[in-house]
Design a protein around this ligand. Structure first.
Ligand SMILES: Cc1ncc(COP(=O)(O)O)c(C=O)c1O
Length: 439
């Protein structure tokens, strides 16, 4: 018998390095995370994060709800609960979804620890290594992280200002079918998209549902921002017209507060059963305490009025961002969201948003580079600007600083034009015409 050497013991940084599952390889910190630590310094205007402005929520509304829960149902609130969620809250969630045209049964609602956890559970139920998830390009960064962690391949389908392009979806599906790929679901954020800020038109919602139906592909409709519209509501949810082929995800994170960590999935009946089992396996039950507080809040506070307040706050901030962009970066293109938190900006083609970020942070402004929102490294010419958290005044300051950085970059390129150091910067094309779509 040959003598065995000592077992492999990882590496210097992590002695357990070689113990991890293959799946864990998909869990990567964002490349720009370290910079964001710097960007959270108070002197930096961050247009990077997606934090709701919870200070617009009067604290006494929450304190009253918490008090009543503890006085009236303290023992239940502090106990484990059902893996599916508090029954009364599930009924109340039906009222919330009815605002976007959804008729459903509380029995098909599963309360989760934020909609992020619902994304995780759906992925766990459906994705095997090598499966394909179709998604808009760009798409929500932390959904992409989950899909990758289940070793799925993400296929981005382009959008324009009306959202996902149905013809492009058809073409991608045909190509993937021809390549023998298994497509499990289409992940979509139809209303006030993160990060693109666009909204899928009603006609396209119907067309995309038809494409999914005829190709036997589930639709995973993620809708955290739908109620946060500005001028007019978004079209009704896709789930409002398709019961069997859609898993719908909702959350209280943006219309109330993310600290509660309460979201939900509304699923076709058979899937709902599996989701409850997966939820129990993961967390036993979602927090009884926060579910009851939200239930109390919905029963006693003017929650629709509060959502109107949030809409007003975000609309004012969006207007501040768009007018500052118009003033300081004329000629660049960006989306004009009618709700939600985000603007998607397109840079002149010779600029790289990821390479430029350290210089921006040095100028005391932060954004999220477009590359974060693609699974395939695309998006260098784009950035996401969030208007949800900074005040309108800070947004104006941030955009002014950003313009300084962009001009500085272009000047640098001009200086080195023709030296071969980087692509030739042609001043006549500076802030040139936008490309036709935002993919
Ligand atoms: C598109 C999208 N889906 C899901 C989430 C997760 O939200 P939650 O706080 O409900 O987990 C977010 C949060 O930013 C989001 O933007």
């Amino acid at each position: 018998m040959t003598k065995q050497g000592p077992p492999q013991v990882g590496n210097n940084l992590d002695p357990w390095y070689d113990h991890y599952s293959e799946r864990a390889g998909g869990l990567r910190a964002s490349e720009v995370r370290a910079l964001f630590a710097v960007a959270s310094r108070p002197e930096v205007v961050s247009l990077a994060g997606g934090m709701p402005f919870v200070s617009a929520l009067p604290q006494d509304l929450v304190i009253n709800a918490m008090d009543r829960v503890m006085v009236e149902q303290g023992a239940t609130a502090l106990q484990y609960g059902s893996g599916q969620g508090v029954p009364l809250l599930r009924e109340q969630i039906l009222e919330v979804m009815a605002l976007e045209g959804i008729q459903a049964n509380a029995d098909d609602v599963v309360v989760t620890t934020g909609s992020q956890h619902a994304l995780e559970l759906v992925s766990k139920l459906f994705l095997d290594p090598g499966d394909v998830v179709l998604s808009e390009g760009p798409s929500y960064v932390t959904a992409l992280v989950i899909f990758k962690s289940y070793q799925a391949e993400v296929e981005h389908v382009p959008m324009d200002e009306h959202g996902l392009i149905p013809q492009a979806l058809r073409e991608h599906i045909a190509r993937l079918k021809a390549a023998g790929k298994t497509m499990k679901f289409l992940y979509t954020i139809p209303s006030f998209h993160n990060p693109a800020g666009v909204t899928l038109s009603w006609e396209r919602r119907l067309e995309i549902l038809e494409i999914a139906r005829s190709n036997n592909i589930l639709v995973l409709e993620d809708n955290p921002y739908g109620l946060l519209y500005f001028d007019h509501p978004a079209p009704d949810a896709m789930r409002s017209v398709e019961r069997d082929g859609v898993i719908y995800l909702g959350t209280f994170s943006k219309t109330l507060a993310p600290g509660f960590r309460v979201g939900w999935a509304l699923a076709p009946h058979a899937i709902r059963e599996k989701l409850v089992l997966a939820n129990e396996a993961a967390v036993l039950s979602p927090s009884s305490f926060t579910q009851l507080v939200i239930s109390q809040y919905l029963a006693t506070a003017d929650w629709k009025g509060q959502i109107n307040t949030f809409r007003g706050v975000y609309e004012e901030r969006k207007n501040a961002m768009l007018s500052a962009l118009g003033e300081h970066l004329p000629g660049l293109s960006w989306t004009n969201p009618n709700g939600g938190f985000y603007v998607w900006l397109t840079l002149p083609e010779q600029l790289d948003s990821k390479a430029m970020l350290p210089r921006a942070v040095k100028e005391l402004v932060a954004y999220t580079p477009g590359t974060a929102f693609f699974a395939d490294g695309d998006g260098r010419q784009n950035m996401r600007l969030s208007f949800c958290y900074p005040t309108p005044e800070n947004i104006r300051v941030g955009v002014r600083r950003l313009a300084t950085v962009i001009r500085g970059e272009l000047d640098l390129l001009d200086t080195f034009a023709g030296t071969g150091i980087r692509s030739t910067a042609d001043t006549s094309r500076r802030f040139g015409a936008p490309p036709p779509d935002i993919s």
